[in-house]
Ligand binder design. Structure first.
Ligand code: 16G
Ligand code: MG
Length: 562
């Protein structure tokens, strides 16, 4: 390493001391903590992003957000050149960097890593990092820390894109590396025009004109509401009312947002008895999650939740239907690649009724551990892979090779049967691939796809919700001495350690009809999560309670004395 580079790194990092007595981990989706302790972490992630850009010789992204966490938290994560999450191979290095205690320790970690990874580190290569942040008040100063971290690597430059949703930044990184325009107007233009194409292709006989074309969206008082206010003016045939935009003085994620709505199953702030029966939706704080809900008539604060599993099911029904129109004729051609490999990916949190439904549709269902990086990787193995977490994060991935086939097929059809049902199906699938974010789950684009499909089918939210009935479920969290004591296997459905705990959980589960239960350490909070499902709400509640007690007995604060 050049002397100039060494002293730059030492000098820059001496200005940021790491928090004492806290061990930070890159976790499920980047570093997250109280914003007051994050400056040094973000500064170092700035360096890491620059190294990633040098290594890949591509543009990478750095996002400052803590998603659905409380407003005083913040976080930071890296977007890889593909637009996806940071390669998991680099996560251990991220942890080491964040936890290095002195500038010298940091320097030696970097020196070693640069050699091991053969990163061109001579100041001759350039690196470029796109920066985004959500609306948290701490975002601005943390972004400055990131910029300083980036500029401590010779040849690295940062491009500040201001306030963005997380999926917008992912989309822009992907677009930049494909040589396409990577601006917010380009993003809005792409998703609004592909939405328009889908609406224009609605069959005449659909009774969508009788359908209510209004949706009311809870923006979680975060960045999503602000962006949706812009996007909605670019749409025709859909009326969007945005509440909790962050402009009315409401506090981010406080009694609002997709995480709150999905976990608590109650109406968010700003919604109530005037909204009975209306189609409502909720974004999380950085707009990478979407759930729908309705306020039922009974005057209680409970909602009817339409979660990520149901969005997945709606998407699956539509894609499958369009594929079958596309392949109706023409199968005689042996080069016909229209039998796309379609697969869906879920986690153990998916409601059991959704999995049964998807299997009944004849789809291949795959399970992965929690966290977008795991689901995304599996979905990318199909020609069309749809993934969703119950919490509302998900998207549809189209393989490049299948898309090229589809483009060619569409051109062919437009010559021989312009305007045929088959060609329309091809066009719809092409529009979906442009509307839906190929980099990561995106509440804005998923909202538009849900709305387009409901209009296409002429379905109300109630009709959609009736695709299948959720099994009653309950989620709890338990504080324990050391959450890393729980390790799991089989997509988190079985606890391998501590020994004996799985047997105890199995015994409780077996007592309930249609019982299913698992525990896992959270990747974002210092707790063990319990998920239980059973044929009645009482049974699901009591199963969750009993298992929470088991967790406490094995790992709680009283456990070490036993
Ligand atoms: C993060 C993940 C989300 C996951 C959640 C689990 C991303 C972008 N987000 O929000 O996918 O469901 O963490 O949280 O990967 P937990 O580990 O605390 O249960
Ligand atoms: Mg989020």
């Amino acid at each position: 390493m050049k002397e100039e580079q060494r002293s730059l790194l030492l000098q820059s990092s001496s200005l940021f001391s790491p928090p004492q007595g806290v061990k930070l981990s890159y976790g499920t989706a980047g570093f997250r903590a109280d914003a007051s302790i994050l400056r040094s972490t973000v500064h170092r992630v700035g360096m890491l992003a620059a190294l990633r850009s040098l290594k890949t010789q591509s543009v990478v992204g750095l996002m400052i957000t803590a998603s659905h966490n409380k407003v005083t938290d913040n976080g930071v994560k890296i977007v890889d050149p593909s637009g996806g999450m940071l390669s998991q191979e680099w996560e251990p290095f991220a942890d080491q960097l964040a936890n290095a205690q002195t500038p010298e320790a940091l320097l030696s970690l970097i020196t070693e890593f640069v050699e091991k990874e053969r990163i061109p580190f001579d100041g001759l290569q350039s690196a470029e990092i796109l920066l985004g942040r959500d609306t948290r008040p701490s975002g601005e100063s943390l972004l400055e820390a990131a910029k300083q971290g980036i500029s401590s690597i010779l040849g690295a430059i940062a491009l500040d894109l201001g306030i963005l949703t997380t999926p917008q930044l992912h989309w822009m990184v992907r677009a930049r590396n494909k040589g396409k325009p990577a601006t917010e107007p380009a993003y809005f233009e792409q998703i609004s025009s592909s939405f328009r194409c889908l609406v224009d292709l609605i069959p005449n006989e659909t009774e969508s004109n009788k359908m209510d074309n209004t949706v009311v969206v809870d923006g979680a008082d975060g960045v999503g509401g602000e962006k949706l206010e812009v996007l909605k003016n670019m749409l025709t045939g859909l009326v969007i009312e945005v509440r909790n935009t962050g402009k009315g003085g409401g506090l981010l994620n406080d009694g609002v947002g997709a995480d709150y709505v999905q976990k608590e199953k109650v109406v968010p702030r700003g919604f109530g008895s005037n909204d009975v029966g209306i189609r409502c939706a909720s974004f999380d704080g950085d707009a990478d999650r979407l759930v729908y809900f309705t306020v039922p008539t009974n005057g209680s604060s409970k909602i009817d939740l339409v979660d990520g599993d149901k969005i997945l099911s709606l998407f699956a029904v539509f894609i499958k239907e369009q594929l079958s129109i596309l392949t109706k004729e023409g199968n005689e051609n042996p080069n016909n690649n229209s039998q796309a490999r379609l697969g869906v990916v879920q986690t153990a949190y998916a409601n059991g009724a959704s999995t049964d439904y998807l299997k009944q549709l004849g789809l291949k269902v795959i399970f992965t551990p929690t966290g977008v990086k795991h689901l995304h990787e599996k979905a990318a193995q199909f020609d069309i892979g749809i993934y969703f977490e119950a919490n509302g994060h998900g998207t549809i991935l189209f393989s490049e090779s299948w898309l090229s086939w589809l483009e060619a097929r569409n051109n062919e059809l437009s010559l021989v049967s312009e305007g045929s049902e088959q060609q329309k199906a091809a066009l719809r699938l092409l529009s979906v691939s442009k509307l839906i974010n190929q980099a990561v789950g995106d509440a804005l684009s998923c909202l538009l796809l849900v709305e387009a499909i409901l209009q296409h089918k002429g379905w109300s939210i109630q009709k959609w919700n009736e695709l299948y009935q959720d099994l009653p479920s309950r989620q709890l969290k338990v504080k324990v001495v050391d959450r890393t004591a729980v390790t799991t296997t089989n997509a988190e459905t079985i606890a391998v350690s501590p020994p004996g705990i799985q047997e105890a959980i199995d015994a409780e589960t077996a007592k309930r009809l249609k019982g299913r239960c698992f525990i896992r350490p959270s990747g974002t909070e210092d707790v063990i999560r319990v998920y239980a499902e059973a044929s009645t709400q009482e049974a699901a509640d009591s199963l969750a309670d009993s298992v929470a007690k088991i967790v406490d007995r094995f790992l709680g604060f009283g456990s070490s004395k036993q």
